[in-house]
Design a protein around this ligand. Structure first.
Ligand code: PMP
Length: 392
């Protein structure tokens, strides 16, 4: 009998019910998923080529065009997380030997440089201390020195809490024959960005931050200039899954009949559609203002507690993710664990260059409320009383 060949028993843990506690997610993402978006993701599955699904994809496209403030035809959602969109951008833009300039002031520049090197690009990195941003003069110097075809920069540096000003960078890049690639995974919907007006060539984001959808789908858009570079490629992009030619067709961006490329995460698309719909209903300007106001309230509360903000310049603070220095006499892990165990609340430690130095508090989308600011400040006050090393 075939069953006699079974050597691995059904796992005990799978015979128990799924355990998912209620938790307030105030780290740098994912953020909590409101009922409406969860319900959308729980709807019955349809086929990935059914007209109703194609219609939802068209609606997502329109939602991304609104959120990005672009009229780009080549606008869609990647089936994958923010990293997948980063790879989609780089895999399609770069060919072996292409010079690329990466503005690194935290982990996301490091990651982009790593991916670009794997592709055989000629990668130059411009490095700023974490907590700082790049000025147009810094960028121009890099463009003149390295003559890159692509510049990568992060709008919302979630590992450090820095908001990168983008004004003028697109024009500058274009004057130097370079395309501008921007990561807005942590900032989209939380801080102003205007893809067309700012002449950004490739922009991508994620679903699980301000859009409050589960992780696994990532908005991306390519300008006409970027599309032309894709058309001029001498070699195919190294990934079939992330080939923008195929994806453009599947998303109805090339005017051709849509062909099967991969089985899209349809239920994730339902959720993303609702996340974008909620942003459209609220309006970008209200969303930006809400994130700004709650971040200001949070920063003031942290300062009133005697804590130090990591990003000194107020206008350089990312409204979605606030970084606060771990105070003397404390270990960040004790604080994050205390909040989790006693307040059912997630905040995060540092990442990359900020590990051990900061705590990161995220207020994104529906989680960006004045009530949540009070909750996290209260919980932190409690943690500071209980977690001093001398007490443990
Ligand atoms: N870029 C930035 C700025 C991010 O904050 C993140 C997620 N923390 C990513 C890229 C990667 O996204 P994901 O974890 O969804 O792959």
């Amino acid at each position: 009998m075939a069953t006699s060949l079974l050597r691995v028993a059904p796992p005990e843990e799978l015979l128990r019910p799924l355990a998912v506690p209620e938790r307030l997610l105030l780290g740098p993402g994912p953020s909590n998923v409101p009922h409406r978006i969860r319900a959308a993701g729980g709807r019955q599955l349809l086929g990935h080529m059914h007209p109703e699904v194609l219609q939802v994809m068209d609606e997502i496209k329109a939602g991304i065009q609104y959120a990005f403030q672009t009229r780009n035809r080549l606008t869609l959602a990647i089936s994958g997380s923010g990293h997948c969109a980063m790879e989609a951008a780089l895999f399609n833009l770069l060919e072996q030997g292409d010079p690329m300039l990466v503005a690194t002031n935290g982990i996301w520049g490091q990651r982009a440089a790593d991916i670009a090197r794997r592709l055989g690009a000629n990668v130059y990195e411009m490095v700023k201390p974490s907590g700082k941003y790049f000025t147009p003069q810094d960028i121009e110097q890099g463009l003149v020195q390295h003559k890159p075809l692509v510049l990568f920069i992060t709008h919302g540096e979630s590992s450090t809490g820095v908001l990168q000003p983008l004004e003028g960078l697109g024009k500058l890049c274009h004057r130097h024959g370079c395309l501008l690639l921007v990561d807005a995974v942590a900032s989209l919907g939380g801080a102003p960005i205007f893809m067309d007006h700012q002449e950004i060539d490739v922009l991508y984001s994620g679903s699980q931050k301000v859009l409050n959808a589960p992780p696994g789908s990532a908005p991306i858009s390519f300008s006409e200039r970027a599309r032309e570079k894709l058309l001029r490629r001498k070699t195919k992009p190294p990934s079939f899954y992330l080939d923008m030619g195929w994806l453009a067709n599947y998303w109805g961006c090339d005017g051709e009949p849509r062909r099967y490329h991969h089985t899209a995460p349809i239920n994730s698309f339902f959720s993303l559609r609702e996340g974008l719909a909620m942003l459209a209903e609220l309006g970008l300007e209200s969303s930006w203002e809400r994130h700004r106001a709650n971040c200001t309230q949070l920063c003031q509360g942290l300062l009133d507690m005697g804590l130090q903000l990591f990003v000194e310049e107020e206008k350089a603070r990312l409204p979605t993710v606030t970084t606060v220095r771990v105070p003397e006499g404390y270990d960040w892990k004790d604080i994050t664990a205390f909040l989790m165990d006693n307040h059912g609340m997630e905040i995060a430690g540092g990442l990359g260059p900020t590990v051990g130095k900061v705590l990161r508090i995220g207020l994104m989308g529906c989680n960006s409320t004045s009530g949540n600011v009070d909750r996290v400040l209260g919980a932190l006050q409690d943690a500071l009383k209980r977690c001093h090393r001398s007490r443990l």
